[in-house]
Structures are given as structure tokens and as C-alpha cells.
Design a binder for this molecule. Sequence first.
Ligand code: SF4
Length: 313
Amino acid sequence: MNQDALMAWYRRVKRPLPWRTDPSPWSILLSEILLQQTQMERGVHYHQKLLKRFPTPESMAKSSVDDVLHLWQGAGYYSRARRLHALSIEVLNKYDGKLPDQYTQLLELPGVGPYTAAAVASIAYSIPVACVDGNIRRVMARQTNLEEPSTKEVQTYADGQLFYNAPGDWNQAMMELGALVCRPRKPSCSQCPVSESCQGRFRAQELPRPKRIKKRLMEYKCVVRIDDDGLPELQQRPENGLFAGLWGPHMAAEVDTNGCEFVGTIRHQLSHRELVVSVWKSDGASGTNPQEVALSTLDRRLLELAGIVTNVP
Ligand code: SF4
């Protein structure tokens, strides 16, 4: 791959994302954790919200996990928020509130895997480690014309391509290439700065072969109980289950729905599961204002189906 061509292209087209204009290690870490499973536009929104409320690891460490979950609501994959809070406490206690500048130390922090550690180490501290994620796998599979490259093959390829003089920019350039040009569908090969070395270009759309994920179907029943003021009864979801720590109406595999009014069914997709939730509503004793607690997107949908306005973005 022509490194100079890719770097020149990146410097010309890179998007002015907030963590690029203000590249503090904490800001970069937040962006990488958010963008793992959140689309760019939403990722920017949540990044700005989090950074405003928690400008440093210390400010997050001194807040409660509920505060973090509250800001995180709607972003999905809530375990990330819980681990981020745990990370901030570890950074405060072990590193005096400063994110460590070694790849191996970053890797030991809660919620930080090889990709995030490599991204923060290279972008924030210019340490030469290559990032590997779905974008890089796709670019690699196409450049080398491999249908199903193994994780090790992708890592070896990424390590071999790394531009040591500017590893942070290089990793971002590879990501940007995957996001803007070498897209999963309809890659813009005619505008690609590294098309000359691309062996799989003639069948790019077929590469790499998608990994099939068979989702587990899970059925639940939910009763939304509403008090005289129109507020729903909400409970905090247990630590060891779905949406741990977030709040929502009572939902379980079996729920007593006697005397309740059926209002509909919601299908909700998670990464490895599809939830089918049948929803009822009935009178309740004492409700909670849904604006004051952290709700998952599913819980918001359940409440809205029962006629509760949540006003959460
Ligand atoms: S030429 Fe096309 S398939 Fe190959 S890396 Fe560029 S955009 Fe991807």
C-alpha cells in the first residue's frame, strides 16, 4: 500500500471531528469507546455531552455511575458506560487522574481492548501500534483479495503497513479510508488513494465474506403501571441482567397480566439477541419521573407504547 498517497489523502479529506481539533487523551478515549458501537453522528453528540459534564477522568470518578448512565441513555451498550466509570476510578487511584501513556497499561483498564488501547496509544501518545477493527479487516481483505482473513492475518497486515513516523494519523487514515471510501457497500474505488495495490478491487463488494451472527430470540412480558399523576412505576434493572443499572417498567419472561390492558408488541434488536416484548398497561401505586432516571432505548419505547412521554433524545 502506498503510505504517502494514503497520508496525503487523509490530510486533505479528514473530517473535523471534535477529538481531532482537541486531541486530549481523555477526549480520544471517550470517542473510541463511543464509536465502537455507535454511529458517527450520534457518537459526536454523546462525546460532547460526556466531555462537557466530565472534562477529566477525575470528574467522572467523583460522580456516581448513575450520573454516567443518565448521560449515556439512548447510546446503547450500557455496559460500556459502567466500565468507563470504573476506568475513571482506576485512572484516578492508580495514575493520579492521568490516562497512562503505555499501551500495556491502557490495555489493563476496564473496558479497554486491543483496539481502544492501540487507538489511544497511537493518537494521543504517538506510540507505534496498529489498530485493528472491522474497517481495517475490510480494507485488508480487499487489498489482499482474501475472503475470510483470520484475526492474526489482519493484525499482521496492519502491523506491516503501520507508518511509524505518524502512527496516530496512520491509524486514523486507515479508519477514514474504511469509513468514507472503502465502505462495506458500494466502495468508491475510483476515488481510492490506494487502489493501485488493491488486489480485490474487481470483486470488492464480496470481500470480506460477512460473518453470520445468529441472533437469539428472547420473549418477554412487560406491564407498565401508571399512577394517578400519569407517572410509570420504574425499577432499577439488576446488576447481572440486560440493561443493568438502568431503569424501566417491570419486564420478565412471565408476568401476571390479569386485569391489564394489552397495548402492543415491540421487537428490539441487540447485537446478539432479538427481544420480543409484549406490553400491557394498568394502574399503579407510585410512579417515577422518567426524566430523572437513566432509561435504555427499549425502556423508552415500552413507556411510549403505553402512552408515557419520555422526552429523552
Ligand atoms: S480500491 Fe476499492 S476495494 Fe480496494 S481499498 Fe480502495 S476502495 Fe477498497
